[in-house]
Ligand binder design. Structure first.
Ligand code: DGL
Length: 265
């Protein structure tokens, strides 16, 4: 493993930045390439075959171009589908992002947990298997949100998003309101990397207080486990932001906090 590893972080859009910022905080010495496949966004609206057919060859092209030491698929909608294909096709180590059902069910006191993801993620057999294997007797409600990823994307690009639009997307997560605080949903898994971008709004608009489970810190720990030890701060520009649509954008400065204060090229 080289002294300064190159880490490629991939998502359908800007949601994977919520994973990137945790990895950057843990490994500020690494070089980063962030790829948003916005030409194909949102993944939640595509069929399984379309996502496999899109992501597997695209990741191959990105590996050939950027020679990363590790690739993070910072997208639940893709990871719940493509990880085995990627590992079979390419020798680079991969870290995926899948719904944090196990820790959520361990944490829940009321034994009522909701999983908030894209329509694709909540339909996956992978997600259903996580519930079968790890729910541990909790009642798990799957909530497929049609719009929340797009709303998060628009909010990050500076657009006003109404409270009503967000509240409608999260409402089905809150189960058992009339059963009292000891029995209603107390834990919501953020099973789409876009959703932590709206965390302040989610907290404010929730009908009652719940724990929101964001897997990003656990993903950053996994990345650190797979890489060699830390080798000090970088001394040259080391962050790149790529949109597959090649559309002009002026987000580089606005997105600096996700890159640990660096302006991505
Ligand atoms: N950020 C992606 C995820 O974690 C999905 C957004 C999309 O629908 O493209 O699932």
């Amino acid at each position: 493993m080289p002294i300064r590893p190159t880490i490629l972080v991939f998502d359908s859009g800007l949601g994977g930045l919520t994973v990137l910022r945790e990895i950057v905080a843990a490994r500020p010495d690494a070089r980063y390439v962030y790829v948003a496949d916005d030409a194909f966004f949102p993944y939640g609206q595509h069929s399984e075959d379309e996502i496999i057919g899109r992501v597997v060859p695209l990741i191959g092209e990105l590996i050939a171009r950027h020679a990363p030491d590790l690739v993070v698929i910072a997208c639940n909608t893709a990871s719940t589908l493509v990880m085995s294909y990627l590992r079979a096709a390419y020798s680079v180590p991969f870290v995926g992002t899948v719904p944090a059902i196990k820790p959520a069910c361990v944490k829940s006191k009321t034994r009522r947990v909701s999983v908030l993801g894209t329509k694709g993620t909540v339909q996956r057999e992978y997600t259903r298997a996580l519930i079968r294997d790890f729910a541990g007797g909790c009642e798990v409600t799957l909530v497929g949100s049609p719009e929340l990823a797009a709303l998060a994307e628009r909010a990050l690009s500076g657009n006003d998003i109404s409270d009503a639009a967000i509240a409608a997307e999260i409402a089905p997560c809150f189960v058992g309101g009339s059963d009292g605080p000891g029995a209603r949903t107390d834990t919501v898994v953020l099973a789409c990397t876009h959703y932590p971008l709206l965390l302040d709004r989610l907290v404010k608009l929730a009908p009652w207080r719940v724990d929101w489970i964001d897997p990003a810190p656990a993903i950053a720990r996994r990345v650190c486990d797979l890489l060699s030890t830390h080798h000090g701060e970088p001394d040259e520009p080391d962050a790149e932001l790529i949109f597959t649509s090649k559309r002009p954008h002026n987000l580089s400065r606005a997105l600096m906090p996700f890159f640990g204060g660096r302006v991505p090229a």
